[in-house]
Design a protein around this ligand. Structure first.
Ligand code: AMP
Length: 468
């Protein structure tokens, strides 16, 4: 196996890595760093926890030490917490250089961000929305000299999912020089990425982890088949068992909705588990504060929605519990990737109801691994079932009286206003779209029905002819 020196890293940087306990390159580093140092564009598809951040941070820091000039590198990433994590790696590895980074994400003060940008940091780590806002509203900084553009979690940046970054990306790309190195990194590879390979990049070096599975071998992947009504009792039982047996373990529980996240957090607290939550209805400052408390093991249990599913790197996380079975294998891969990172062991347990079995099959197809059943003493679970369900119901009633749903609506409206849209007009537009969609659906349904009737008639006719 190669060492960092043989990959082309300078001695001072190898030393800096050693100080951090990074001694041997991981496969994504071994494969992607040499072409990046040669000046090639690069696409890397690597498992979460495989060291992909350092695979781009190290070459950029080395190149920066050779020829620093203006804003040298721009990293775009889909979530705010990832931006902080990436910036931290730049700061630590680039410390001997006095590397200056600047984090541009939503939810933070725009004026101080604008000031930082105008001070020409070496590296800007940003979420697309907020950076595009700065570009549209100010001319006090320029990115026309950047040498590196890095898209981290590129598939999510390029997809048109619940957050559509397309417009913001267009605004940002228009300010960047054509002559630059472009690096794309992602844990999951989609058609969008393949498309980009042909469009925006200059004969990129392409690397994908050889292993067919996209979850690491150190991860013990389990499931528990449970009726919906018994799910929470299983959850409480699991948490009780893990906290009794391993007092140094941290646990992340993923849920589907902000409300469920809130309910489960309150419920686990009722059972005296040190629990904290992370979801998109919380203010950014609160999210950071909660994450910091979880990272410092002040709270050992984090209940989160998929805002925490990508990239979070917390070594003490030994268990990931999926309170709902993710609808997409990709989301499953990201969630369970929060444990068993960088060669450590970990376990993931997915609570599966009878309606989710097809989802498990498609997850297993994607990761090419069969989930194993997690053995649980059902008797123990049934003992606490009533108590758990009553507690949940009480909490739901409490939440109903605290206008949680109303707050959600207000947050949605606020977001639309910040995007320069009229919430009432948007609601109208959505309703119209919905109407058109349902009309089309009806039409399709009608056509299908006609076709079926025709086919039946034809069959009948043929059968009659055959008997005649
Ligand atoms: P990432 O896949 O970038 O989220 O990295 C996951 C974790 O692995 C981070 O905590 C890194 O500091 C750590 N790491 C990165 N490269 C190495 C390496 N070569 N050896 C050991 N740990 C590493």
């Amino acid at each position: 196996m190669a060492d960092f020196s043989s990959l082309g890293l300078s001695d001072w940087l190898v030393k800096q890595c050693k100080q951090l306990g990074i001694n041997k390159p991981t496969p994504v580093q071994e494969n992607c760093m040499p072409p990046i140092l040669e000046g090639r564009d690069c696409m890397g598809c690597a498992k979460t926890g495989s060291g992909k951040t350092a695979a781009f941070v190290l070459p950029v820091v080395q190149k920066l030490s050779e020829d620093p000039y203006g804003i040298f590198c721009l990293v775009l990433t889909p979530t705010r917490s990832l931006a902080y994590q990436i910036a931290e790696q730049f700061r630590v590895l680039g410390k001997p250089l006095g590397l200056r980074d600047c984090i541009i994400v939503g939810g933070m003060d725009m004026v101080s961000q604008a000031l930082e940008l105008s001070n020409q940091p070496h590296v800007v780590v940003a979420t697309p929305g907020r950076l595009a806002d700065h570009i549209r509203s100010s001319d006090t900084f320029s990115m026309s000299k950047i040498q590196f553009l890095i898209l981290d979690e590129a598939d999510r940046l390029l997809e048109q999912g619940c957050t559509d970054f397309t417009k913001d990306l267009e605004t940002i790309l228009a300010t960047l020089p054509a002559k630059r190195q472009t690096l794309l990194f992602s844990a999951t590879l989609t058609d969008t990425l393949h498309e980009l390979k042909n469009i925006a990049m200059n004969k990129p070096f392409f690397w994908e982890s050889k292993s067919e599975t996209r979850t690491v071998e150190e991860l013990d992947q389990r499931y528990i088949l449970t009726p919906e009504k018994v799910k929470d009792a299983y959850l409480v039982h699991l948490i009780q068992t893990f906290t009794d047996e391993h007092d140094d373990w941290s646990i992340i529980i993923f849920t589907n909705t902000c409300k469920d996240c809130q309910v489960l957090t309150m419920m686990l607290r009722e059972f005296n588990f040190p629990t904290i939550s992370l979801h998109s209805m919380m203010k950014q400052k609160q999210r950071f504060a909660n994450l910091a408390k979880f990272k410092a093991s002040v709270f050992k249990i984090l209940v989160a929605t998929d805002v925490a599913a990508r990239g979070l790197d917390i070594p003490t996380v030994q268990v990931v519990i999926n309170h709902n079975t993710p609808g997409l294998p990709k989301i499953y891969i990201h969630r369970v990737g929060r444990t068993a990172r960088a060669g450590r062991n970990g376990v993931s347990i997915t609570l599966v109801t009878q309606y989710d079995i097809h989802l498990v099959h498609s997850i297993e197809g994607q990761i090419q691994t069969k989930l194993k059943e997690y053995p649980v003493e059902e008797k123990e679970v049934l003992k606490i079932l009533t108590q758990v369900n009553v507690t949940r119901r009480e909490i739901e009633i409490k939440l109903e009286s605290t206008d949680f749903d109303e707050k959600k609506e207000i947050n949605k409206r606020k977001q639309l206003i910040l995007e320069g849209k009229d919430p009432d007009l948007e609601a109208k537009r959505k309703a119209e779209l919905e109407k058109i969609r349902s009309q089309k659906k009806k039409q399709k349904h009608g056509q299908l029905k006609k076709k079926l009737i025709k086919r039946k008639q034809l069959k009948k006719k043929k059968a009659a002819q055959a008997t005649a």
